[in-house]
Every structure is written in structure tokens, then in C-alpha cells.
Ligand binder design. Structure first.
Ligand code: ASP
Length: 416
């Protein structure tokens, strides 16, 4: 197995801490000249972050393609593929429904929007979300090169499955061509390690960029909304995932959370489930022992459609804005929010702040004031980081459950 660099987590945490300290010093101390601050922001933090994110994104398409093709082409029973797909989709939809219900419940009891008044200006231009129609159509690419170039994960997954199936059926004619894909997959896993070794520097730049741009005052705005949202995210990670893992597997929860640490930190720093795919895949396969046949399908699909953290934000934001505007949502409307949030979180792109874009769809549905998005956006930066960590943890939990139910998890590796 390919080795991960030593002390990676410690170094990433160190990078995070230093980014935080250096970013704050530059933001708060008047000692530095503007030219120096602008230069550091542009050429250290922004450039460093952009290079690191580009390197991660660079790997996504080939990694997903090779691992899925090599997994599918070695399947001996197609029945298993059908089972994996069905279980994955059902688990993704139900965990997201639980997530949004939880946030609606907390929001309606503790009322983040009651008595809140804000003078935040509405955004100049309202973001437009993607509807369910486009999301479904996006699964079926008309041009695979274009889909790959645009990192359209569902299209890439769909094409990889087709390609893997064809490879599987023609192996006897092609002198076991599928083995070449196995080898390419190994090479790409090594590439992931090479990029991950730069994570401490990448994370330093990402966190520094965040602090030097926004400072640390963000929490003052809409404090109750931020606090309740964080609580809901925590409850979902600690209770919901533990519950389903306990219910459907006999894996150690402590080991699961311990091994997910790096993935969560990556998601936190990048605010993008998509950019985190290489790290999630590697951890789920090499540390949690999930068989490649499961992980190579469940993880990229999850990064694209499974967004529990995002659904939690959308539920809480809807309640918050409704309360702020003095609108009482009926129980029927709450149910509608659950359904809508599940659907829109599927349609949310796995990139920073995408959840606030699809939130517009929900607000519009209930005639809630779209200007209020301004308040949500003002505090969204840190919340986006947190909910992305929840999103990827959900993907990994579902991968473990599906793998265990198919007998495709290596327990020794998991417990190691
Ligand atoms: N940043 C989130 C993700 O990539 C999406 C969102 O909620 O904005 O998972």
C-alpha cells in the first residue's frame, strides 16, 4: 500500500494555526503598510490557495475515472453494482432528510430570527440556482471531454460505469486490458499522496486568505443563527452518523471519527467536497478499509449529491428568515422545506458557497424576502467550511455502511 507522509495531521493543524495567526496579525495590526498587506494577500495567500486547490482539482477526474473503471471492470456480479447503487442513494437521501428535519426542529424551538433586525444591504445581484431538471440531465453527458473538462462529477461517474462495464465484458477479447486501469489507478493514488504532502502549506494559505480578508468579526452578525447552525451540524455528525453506523455496522465509532480527521480538516480548509474527493477516497479506501468497488462509486457521487451540512444550513436559514420577516411556517410548509432542501442539496455544486445559491430556490418557493440572503452571505464563510466537513463525513459514513452490508470492508485495515 502507498504510504502517507509522516505527521501529516499535526503539520496540517500547524499550518492552519499559523495561517490563522499570520492572517490575524496582518488584518488587525496597523503596523504593516497597505502595499505589504496587499502583496501578501495576493502573492502568498491567494496564489498559494489557488495553486493548492488547482492541484487537488487536477486529480479529481482522472482519479474518479480510473478507480471507478478499474473497480467496475473487475466486478464478477452485476447484481452487486445494482445493490450498491440503490443502498447508496437511499442512504444519501434519508440522511439528508434527517439533517434538514433536525435543523428545522432546532430552529423552530430556539428561534434564531425572533427579534432580529439587520441593516445589511441586499446583495446587488441574486445568485441563480440549478433546478432538478438540469441536475438529472447532467448525469447524461453528450460530450465526455466537455463533462470532464468542467468537472461534472455525475456525468463522469456515469461514463466511467459504462466504460467499466464494456471493459468487463470485453476483457477476454482485449487481453485483460482492465489490468492497465488497475495500474493507472495506483499511479494516481500516488499522485494524491504527492499533492497531499503540500497540504500544510496549502492549508496555511487557505486559512490565512480567509482571515486576512474577513477578519474574525463575522460571528457578531446573526449570532444566534450561527450558533444554532453550528450546534445542529455538531449534533448531526456526533449523533446521526453514530446512530446509523451503530445501527447498520459493528464498526468502532471512535476509529471512524479518528480516521476521518484529515478529511474533515481538508474539507474545512477548502470548503469544497469536490476538491476533497482525492483525500476522502484515499482515507476511505486505505484507512477505513472500504473496498474500491464501493468507494469509487459512493464517494464521488456523495461529494456531488449528498450534502447534509448544506441541507442543515438551508433549513436553518429558511426558519431564520421566515421568523425575521414575521412569517409563521405551517407544519405542511416544514415538510415542504425538508423535501425541497433534500432536492436542492442534490443540485448544489460541491464548491465553496454553492449552498447559498440553491437556498434562493427554497426562499422563492415560500415567498420569503430574497434580500435576507445578504445576512446569510455575510456569515457564510466559516459556516461553509464547517458544513463541508459535515458533507464529506456523511459520504464516508455511507461508504462504510454500504461496504459492510456487501461484505466489502476490510475490518483489519479499519481497526489498524
Ligand atoms: N461548500 C459545500 C461543499 O462543497 C457546498 C455548500 O454548501 O456550499 O460541500
Amino acid at each position: 500500500m502507498i504510504e502517507t507522509p509522516k505527521n501529516l495531521t499535526r503539520n496540517i493543524l500547524l499550518g492552519m494555526f499559523l495561517g490563522f495567526v499570520v492572517g490575524s496579525l496582518l488584518y488587525y495590526l496597523s503596523f504593516f503598510s497597505d502595499t505589504f498587506i496587499d502583496f501578501t494577500r495576493a502573492y502568498v495567500f491567494n496564489l498559494g490557495s489557488a495553486i493548492f486547490i488547482n492541484l487537488l482539482k487536477l486529480l479529481i477526474v482522472p482519479l474518479v475515472f480510473f478507480s471507478l473503471v478499474s473497480g467496475i471492470s473487475s466486478l464478477t456480479s452485476m447484481q452487486s453494482l445494482g445493490n450498491i447503487t440503490l443502498k447508496t442513494i437511499v442512504l444519501y437521501l434519508s440522511t439528508t432528510a434527517i439533517a434538514v428535519s433536525l435543523s428545522l426542529f432546532i430552529g423552530s424551538i430556539f428561534k434564531p430570527g425572533a427579534g432580529y433586525s439587520s441593516d445589511i444591504a441586499p446583495p446587488e445581484q441574486l445568485p441563480q440556482g440549478q433546478g432538478i431538471y438540469e441536475t438529472i440531465l447532467d448525469i447524461f453527458p453528450s460530450n465526455i471531454i466537455e463533462a470532464m473538462a468542467q468537472n461534472q462529477m455525475l456525468a463522469v461517474v456515469f461514463f466511467s460505469i459504462l466504460f467499466g462495464l464494456a471493459l468487463n465484458k470485453t476483457n477476454h477479447l482485449t487481453n485483460n486490458f482492465s489490468q492497465s486501469f488497475e495500474k493507472l489507478n495506483t499511479v494516481f493514488m500516488q499522485l494524491v499522496i504527492m499533492v497531499i504532502s503540500f497540504a500544510p502549506i496549502g492549508v496555511f494559505c487557505l486559512i490565512g486568505k480567509f482571515v486576512i480578508t474577513d477578519g474574525l468579526d463575522i460571528f457578531q452578525e446573526a449570532f444566534k443563527y450561527v450558533l444554532l447552525l453550528i450546534i445542529a451540524l455538531l449534533i448531526h455528525v456526533v449523533f446521526t452518523y453514530s446512530l446509523i453506523l451503530k445501527l447498520f455496522t459493528n464498526l468502532s465509532l471512535l476509529t471512524f471519527y479518528r480516521k476521518m480527521k484529515d478529511v474533515a480538516i481538508f474539507a474545512f480548509s477548502t470548503s469544497s467536497s469536490a476538491a476533497t474527493i482525492p483525500v476522502t477516497l484515499k482515507t476511505v479506501q486505505d484507512d477505513l478499509g472500504v473496498n474500491k468497488n464501493v468507494s469509487s462509486f459512493v464517494i464521488p457521487v456523495g461529494a456531488t449529491i449528498n450534502m447534509d451540512g448544506t441541507a442543515i444550513m438551508q433549513g436553518m436559514a429558511t426558519v431564520f428568515i421566515a421568523q425575521m420577516s414575521g412569517i409563521d411556517l405551517t407544519i405542511f410548509q416544514y415538510i415542504q422545506v425538508v423535501i425541497l432542501a433534500v432536492v436542492t442539496s442534490i443540485g448544489t455544486a460541491a464548491v465553496p458557497s454553492a449552498g447559498t445559491i440553491t437556498l434562493v430556490i427554497i426562499l422563492q418557493q415560500f415567498g420569503l424576502p430574497l434580500e435576507a440572503i445578504g445576512i446569510i452571505l455575510a456569515v457564510d464563510r466559516i459556516l461553509d467550511m464547517l458544513r463541508t466537513s459535515v458533507n464529506v463525513t456523511g459520504d464516508a459514513a455511507v461508504a462504510c455502511i454500504v461496504a459492510e452490508s456487501e461484505g466489502l470492508i476490510d475490518k483489519d485495515l479499519f481497526n489498524k
